[in-house]
Ligand binder design. Structure first.
Ligand code: PLP
Length: 396
């Protein structure tokens, strides 16, 4: 018999979410996740993917994946530390280190897994972690897993970080203290103040950890936020994902060789979860080769991002404080945000509503993710829809 207490719990909470307009309905795609997508037979301009450089559908990556699949099969067959490490896994890690300007790198099955892996491999209950209050869910979970004391500081507030770092250091309670931040904050598109963070870290002897999921491929000519600020030698942990700009799946940690050596023997997803599939690994290698050989896709991403941002701003939208191609249109009320997103959908633009608990209550937004793969015509068409829908619903 199914549990009665469980069904009561689910019924109560699902109803509550639906009543508040917070229940997320998933729309399966009938196409690839390119600049145009098809949902329920309808063609839409796609402004919701993280496929920044358009690499998810790049023919060169597809070909690399098919070749490697023919050679090695569809699965790696084991965890990395038994015999799931193919020579292409090592090639990928070398490529990542080259691209990130670090001594070494280690690949995981996802960006989420990196944060499960790396934080608890070095931090424990005798330590403390200073964490930006807007950090990604996987950072929060990774911190919890480590059992270290979690000290949240106000978003990008360097005075608060300094005060909390001093307090933690002076208390004498903690063996190690880490500061951890997103490189680019995914909901607003603002960039972490890494030069100040590095300075505070030096002053209080903090371990530095930057999750650059949205910065890699985007900032620092593609090499990421740390490179953008010229801090490649100063940040201990650089986390990246292979699933956003790189367009495939997986994640990595880049840093000094001894850091990576330690993760290879102590990080649990590396030891206890099967390695990335060969086709994905080969596609990722190809993506790094493309990014190393030319900044063309990166440059196109920025041109498209700047164009869309200017267009939305000129229409009167509140696009917040973004410093990257991520372009939120902040609406506020959750229900109105959902309704606006639905109207965009009807008019042929897929821009997902993002509401509490992903962002703070009352800051509901439609978030736009322009990519290198969008044409100018697509962006103009999207802007025309934004003008029409915005006027209709009195959002602008
Ligand atoms: C998207 C994201 C992740 C998760 O990466 P996946 O590869 O999709 O698991 C981790 N951290 C941050 C900051 C992210 O934005």
């Amino acid at each position: 018999m199914a549990s009665k207490i469980l069904s009561e719990f689910l019924n109560e909470h699902l109803t509550e979410l639906k009543n508040k307009g917070l229940y997320n309905v998933i729309d399966p795609l009938e196409s690839s996740n390119g600049p145009m997508i098809k949902i329920a037979g309808k063609e839409l301009i796609n402004l919701s993917s993280n496929n920044y450089l358009g690499l998810a559908t790049d023919p060169r990556l597809k070909e690399a994946a098919m070749q490697a699949t023919r050679t090695y099969g569809v699965g790696a067959g084991a965890v990395r530390t038994i015999n799931g490490t193919l020579h292409i896994h090592v090639m990928l890690e070398d490529k990542i280190a080259e691209f990130k300007h670090t001594e070494a790198a280690i690949a995981y099955q996802s960006g989420f897994n990196c944060n499960m892996a790396a934080i608890s491999a070095v931090m424990d209950e005798q330590d403390a972690i200073l964490s930006d209050e807007w950090n990604h869910a996987s950072i929060i979970d990774g911190c919890r897993l480590s059992k270290a004391k979690i000290i949240r500081y106000k978003h990008s507030d360097m005075d608060d970080l300094r005060t909390q770092a001093k307090q933690a250091k002076d208390s004498g309670f903690y063996k190690k203290i880490m500061v951890i931040t997103d490189g680019v904050f995914s909901m607003d598109g603002d960039i972490a103040k890494l030069p100040e963070i590095a300075k505070i870290a030096e002053e209080f002897d903090l371990i530095t950890y930057v999750d650059d999921a949205h910065g890699s491929g985007v900032l620092g000519k593609g090499a990421g936020t740390v490179k953008h600020f010229g801090l490649s030698d100063d940040i201990d942990f650089q986390i990246g994902t292979l699933s956003k700009a790189i367009g495939v799946v997986g994640g990595y940690v880049a840093g000094k060789k001894d850091v990576i050596d330690w993760l290879k023997v102590r990080s649990r997803p590396f030891l206890f979860s099967t390695a990335l599939p060969p086709g994905d690994v080969a596609a990722c290698i190809k993506a790094f080769e493309i990014m190393i050989s030319s900044t063309e896709l990166h440059d196109r991403l920025w041109r498209n991002g700047d164009y869309l941002k200017k267009g939305l701003k000129d229409l009167g939208y509140n696009i917040g404080q973004s410093q990257t191609p991520i372009t939120p249109c902040i609406i506020g009320d959750e229900m109105q945000t959902q309704e606006f997103s639905k109207r965009l959908y009807q008019e042929g633009v897929y821009a997902k509503a993002i509401v509490f608990p992903t962002v703070p209550k009352g800051t509901g937004r439609v978030r736009n993710m322009p990519t290198a793969a969008h044409s100018r015509e697509m962006l103009d068409q999207a802007l025309a829809v934004y003008e029409k829908a915005g006027r209709e619903l009195s959002v602008i």
